[in-house]
Ligand binder design. Structure first.
Ligand code: CP
Ligand code: NVA
Length: 319
């Protein structure tokens, strides 16, 4: 059956099927090629999007703002200092008002309940631009980058090394399990993904054929990995944990030696960025020949454009 995502929100990729995720990545490839060819499209002409940010952002904000703007739409950036969200006015009431004025809403912040409530009460597509729990638009770019580098997704493998219970690791596990990419986590016991998400991922994986492995020992899961992925040791909002994380995660730093333990020179290195050079990854790896981090950052824009196009427009309007 043809995929039609018009009107859908993207709160977590748990709500998307394998076919829908692949549809979005295919569309991202198409809009990337269009931009490379210098084609100008105005598919969001006359449309507006509200970009709500409680936390800082470089890539996500710029991807939403430029992708919407270059398609002729009008993005409005609103930080917590600008609007009443969750302060004097309830999130439900803000959602109702924004839904009357905008064609779509993006939210980045702390509570997943906030982005869920915006979706429930606004009546327009709402996109999770990162919460404490999930970062779904990030992992669409990660899968696009993996496919560009390796030629596929099903049967390929990503090993995530570091803080295995953060928003990025959790979202990657869900997406990989859905599309059939093997996913391993190497993390100390206290920073491994929560049991419920692992069980849910293993459930999806039964259908897709993905293997989900959680280990405290990088040596167990690194061999043959197509991609090694890491993220910051201290996510936004967890700054008080800094010293504790450095102590726990130093053995999990992605170094050139660790990359060699995959046994394959073709293994790529991925990081959602921003990176703390010298903490979770060395500059040698970030700037080395296996690194695909700049492609990955660029792909944020193409995948986010694809998500907005697919959910705001009808399939016949995608072009
Ligand atoms: N990867 C990512 O979400 O980057 P920003 O925090 O800069 O948006
Ligand atoms: N885990 C990181 C991702 C940043 C894009 C954070 O939440 O800060």
């Amino acid at each position: 059956m043809a995929v039609n995502l018009k009107g859908r929100s993207l709160l977590t990729l748990k709500h998307y099927s394998k076919a829908e995720i692949l549809f979005l990545i295919d569309l991202a490839d198409r809009v990337k090629a269009q931009r490379r060819a210098g084609e100008v499209h105005q598919r969001f002409r006359g449309k507006t999007i509200a970009l709500l940010f409680e936390k800082l952002s470089t890539r996500t904000r710029c991807a939403f703002e430029t992708a919407f703007g270059e398609e002729g739409g009008y993005p409005v950036f609103l930080s917590s200092n600008d609007i009443h969200l969750g302060g004097k006015e309830t999130v439900e009431d803000t959602a109702r008002v924004l839904g009357r004025m905008f064609d779509a809403i993006e939210f980045r912040g702390f509570a997943q309940e906030m982005v869920d409530a915006l979706a429930t009460h606004s009546g327009v597509p709402v996109y999770n631009g990162l919460t404490d729990l999930y970062h779904p638009t990030q992992v669409l770019a990660d899968l696009q980058t993996l496919r560009e580098a390796t030629g596929g997704l099903a049967g390929k493998s990503i090993t995530y090394v570091g803080d295995g219970r953060n928003n990025v690791a959790r979202s990657l596990m869900i997406a990989c399990a859905k599309v059939g990419t093997h996913f391993s986590v190497a993390a100390p016991d206290s920073l491994q993904p929560d049991r419920d998400t692992v069980l849910e991922a293993k459930n999806y994986a039964e259908e897709s054929g993905a293997e989900i492995i959680i280990s405290a020992d990088p040596a167990e899961v690194l061999p043959k990995s197509d991609a090694v992925y890491t993220d910051v040791w201290v996510s936004m909002g967890e700054e008080t944990k800094s010293a504790e994380r450095v102590a726990l995660l130093t053995p999990y730093r992605v170094t050139a030696d660790l990359m060699k333990r995959t046994g394959k020179a073709s293994t790529i290195f991925l990081h959602c960025l921003p990176a703390v050079r010298g903490n979770e990854v060395t500059s040698e790896v970030m700037d080395g020949p296996q690194s695909r981090i700049w492609d990955q950052a660029e792909n944020r824009k193409h995948t986010i454009k694809a998500v907005m196009l697919a959910t705001i427009l009808a399939p016949t309007e995608l072009g």
